[in-house]
Design a binder for this molecule. Structure first.
Ligand code: SAM
Length: 277
C-alpha cells in the first residue's frame, strides 16, 4: 500500500494537526481557497434543523466552516489516517459524527430515518459517477446535494439535447433531479492542484410523484442502450429492447438518435415499454 508514513516521502505537517499527505488513489485534493469555501457554505446555507452529511471531509476545509455555522454535522470518510485528526480538530467547532466507511456502502436512507438529509462534498473525482448513482438510489432520503466535481462532469450532468456532451449521465440525473451548475473552480484552489477544472453543482431530487418513471430498471436500460451506440438511430440502438413500432407508439421518432430526444421522451418511451410487458 502507499500509506504516507511507509513511503520515502517526508511527512509534511499541515494545518490543524493533519500530518497525512494527499493520497492520489483516494482522489485527495484539499481545498484551501477561502473565497471558494465561503461560496460553498453559502450555497448550502444550512438552516436550523437541517441534517447535513458531508462526503469526503478530508482535512476539514468545508467541514469546520459548516460546523461553525451549523453546530452539527455527519461526515463520511474512507481514509483511516484522517479519522482521528478530524475528530480531534472538530471539538473546537461543534458536534461531528464521523462515519469511517466507503461512501458507496453507506445507506443514506438509514441515516435520514423518517426525515431527509442534505449532502455536501468535494468529491473524489475518480468516484463521481458511482457516488451520483448511489445518491440517486436513495433520492427520496435526500433533500438536496451541493457537490464539487470535475467541470467536464458537471457540463455532462446539465447538458440537454443537441449538446455534444448530452448523454447517459445527464438523462439519468435530470430524470430524477433538478441540476443547477453554480460556479467554476480553478485547479489552484486545491492542494495539490488537480489536472482539470472543477465546478460546483446543486442537485435537488424531484418529488417522487413528479418523476413519473414506472419501472426504474427499464428506464436505465433504455437510456443505457440508446446512448451505448449514440450514432445509431433509436430503432437500431434499442433493437434488443423493442421494435420501431413500439418507439413510434410512445410518441418518439424511431429514426431519431438518442442525443436528439428530451429526457421526457426517454421517460415516455420506457414507461410505454414497461406498461406493454
Ligand atoms: N473535503 C475536502 C476538501 O475539500 O479539502 C477533501 C476533498 S478530496 C477531493 C476527496 C475526499 O474524499 C478525500 O478526503 C478522500 O479521502 C475521500 N474519499 C475518497 N474515496 C472515498 C470513499 N470511497 N468514501 C468516502 N470518502 C472517500
Amino acid at each position: 500500500s502507499t500509506r504516507p508514513h511507509t513511503s520515502n516521502k517526508p511527512v509534511k505537517p499541515s494545518s490543524k494537526g493533519f500530518t497525512t499527505e494527499a493520497k492520489k488513489h483516494l482522489g485527495q485534493h484539499f481545498l484551501h481557497e477561502r473565497g471558494i469555501i465561503d461560496k460553498i457554505v453559502l450555497a448550502v446555507n444550512p438552516q436550523p434543523g437541517d441534517r447535513l452529511v458531508e462526503i469526503g471531509p478530508g482535512q476539514g476545509a468545508i467541514t469546520f466552516p459548516l460546523l461553525d455555522r451549523h453546530g452539527e454535522l455527519t461526515v463520511i470518510e474512507f481514509d483511516r489516517d484522517l479519522i482521528f485528526p478530524l475528530t480531534e480538530a472538530a471539538r473546537a467547532h461543534g458536534t461531528l459524527e464521523v462515519i469511517h466507511r466507503d461512501v458507496l456502502t453507506v445507506d443514506f436512507s438509514a441515516i435520514a430515518g423518517e426525515g431527509q438529509i442534505r449532502l455536501v462534498g468535494n468529491l473524489p473525482y475518480n468516484l463521481s459517477s458511482p457516488i451520483l448513482f448511489h445518491a440517486l438510489d436513495h433520492a427520496a432520503a435526500i433533500r438536496d446535494m451541493v457537490f464539487m466535481l470535475q467541470k467536464e462532469v458537471v457540463d455532462r450532468m446539465a447538458a440537454g439535447p443537441g449538446s455534444k456532451v448530452y448523454g447517459r449521465l445527464g438523462v439519468m440525473l435530470q430524470a430524477y433531479c433538478h441540476v443547477t451548475p453554480l460556479f467554476d473552480v480553478p485547479p489552484g484552489a486545491f492542494r495539490p492542484p488537480p489536472k482539470v477544472d472543477s465546478a460546483v453543482v446543486r442537485l435537488v431530487p424531484r418529488a417522487p410523484e413528479t418523476i413519473g418513471i414506472v419501472d426504474p430498471g427499464k428506464f436505465s436500460a433504455v437510456v443505457r442502450d440508446a446512448f451505448g451506440q449514440r450514432r445509431k438511430t433509436l430503432r437500431n440502438a434499442l433493437s434488443n429492447l423493442c421494435d420501431a413500432a413500439a418507439i413510434e407508439a410512445a410518441g418518439v421518432r424511431p429514426e431519431a438518435r438518442a442525443e436528439q430526444i428530451e429526457v421526457a421522451d426517454f421517460v415516455r418511451l420506457a414507461n410505454h415499454l414497461a406498461n406493454a410487458t
